[in-house]
Write a protein of this length. Sequence first.
Length: 95
Amino acid sequence: MQCQNDKLRVLLTAKVRKELEALCRQGCVSAANVRKAKILLLADEKQAEKALPDREIAQRAGLCERQVVRSRQKFVREGGPPALERRRRSRPPLA
């Protein structure tokens, strides 16, 4: 049976991995960015231990499985740092 993550493989370069690890250690970063960075670090298939399934990542990060899937999808589509940022508004807020 095929693994559900086959199409959404997270492969971090050494540089991106170090940036994400540093982001997790910083104190002045939003909690949402730290969570997303942890998800990507746990989903990385280049790490010594094999990449974890989404269910296991969700348990370790204290999130629901759907958030893990969304973070993985966004990283695969957009790559590195843009995957940690929120989507910009298409229109300015109403006054």
